[in-house]
Design a protein. Structure first.
Length: 355
């Protein structure tokens, strides 16, 4: 059993903790919070031992009536691996603490790629990551692009990928972010950081990205154009992508016309927090002109990196192959979302979470 600590119980951390707890070969030893806010209460109600991320704040937790099992160093002494889910930049500050405790670490995509021995994506990374002592799970957008480009590269070869990203202004709880009533280039320079980030896991793919930020909170949208080395049919591409467990091809007849409907659908089919771990690709958007492939996909920024964190834990802790780990993760979480409204009925049997 892999003993896991989660440092930072926020948007990503609480989801990672739940995903780890669902795995048959892992246990959550504890999670950390910097202060006794509602997240600390949520952690306790979820059955997780709570630790103070900052040692001199233990009394603050006690005054709030929230007991802690110890501090971050205590948690590190009790685990086999730590998943750093702290805000961007804090992971780099924590690295020396993890190294002092000789604790392997998984970091998030908000950190610079140099924070870890290698960047990681379950679909795109090769087996060389097995030699790493730390991994950085690439960002939500990079995760989504890597899942899409890897099978295209393997099957057809990618000559050039061009992606325009319309990014959410902030997560639903991030009231201080924006824009409020605008759409802004973010950044105004091209390429955005997303293309170079893809190359940290898929170094041989030529990809340019441009990004804009919009006043929404639900999901990111990608407009994708890939020039392939060989020319497939649109039907062949659809069949290829349908075979990828972490891609959800949205059937035209389902009436899922945007992020709002997708989130509503996810909640209605029983996804925790309405989470969408899969890339959501509009089937009718998949078109091919010569060697140029076009499609639209949506990425749930709060959720799509969660299964990747679970696979990164196994990559650092076990000898399981990528395929074995992905299958185990997907079975435990119930990944493999599919609609009964797909052409001809369900294209694959939806995976039921193993309770």
């Amino acid at each position: 059993m892999i003993r896991v600590g989660v440092n930072g119980y926020g948007t990503i951390g609480k989801r990672v903790a739940d995903a780890v707890a669902a795995q048959p070969d892992m246990e959550v030893v504890g999670v950390t919070k910097t202060s006794p806010t509602y997240g600390a209460e949520t952690a306790i109600r979820s059955g997780y031992d709570l630790y103070a991320a900052i040692g001199d704040r233990v009394e603050e937790f006690e005054r709030a009536g929230v007991g802690v099992a110890g501090t971050l160093p205590d948690l590190l002494d009790a685990v086999d691996i730590v998943v750093d889910c702290c805000p961007s930049g804090v992971g780099e500050q924590n690295r020396s603490i993890y190294e002092a405790h000789d604790t392997p670490a998984v970091y998030q995509g908000g950190e610079d790629a140099t924070v870890a021995d290698a960047s990681f994506n379950a679909r795109g990374s090769d087996e060389s990551v097995a030699d790493a002592d730390s991994l950085r799970v690439v960002s939500c957008n990079t995760t989504g692009l890597s899942r899409l480009l890897a099978p295209l590269e393997e099957t057809y070869g990618v000559e050039k990928a061009r992606v325009t990203l319309v990014r959410r202004g902030g997560d639903p709880t991030e009231t201080g972010r924006g824009p409020i009533n605008d759409i802004v280039p973010d950044p105004a320079t091209v390429p955005s950081h997303h293309g170079p980030d893809v190359n940290t896991v898929l170094p041989d793919i030529a990809v340019d990205t441009a990004a804009l930020k919009a006043p929404v909170t639900a999901m990111h949208t990608h407009s994708v154009n890939v020039t392939l080395e060989t020319a497939p049919t649109a039907t062949a591409v659809r069949e290829l992508l349908e075979g990828e467990g972490r891609l959800f091809l949205i059937p035209e007849r389902a009436g899922l016309d945007g992020a709002g409907a997708l989130k509503d659908y996810a909640a209605d089919v029983g996804r925790p927090r309405g989470d969408l771990w899969e890339n959501c690709i509009w089937t009718e958007s998949i078109s091919v002109q010569g060697r140029d492939l076009y499609l639209f996909q949506n990425i749930h920024q709060e959720a799509d990196v969660v299964p990747e964190n679970v696979d990164a834990i196994r990559a650092l802790s076990t000898d399981l192959s990528r395929e074995e780990s992905v299958a185990k993760t997907d079975e435990a979480l119930g990944i493999g979302l599919d609609s009964l409204l797909s052409d001809g009925g369900s294209t694959r049997n939806p995976v039921t979470a193993d309770d």
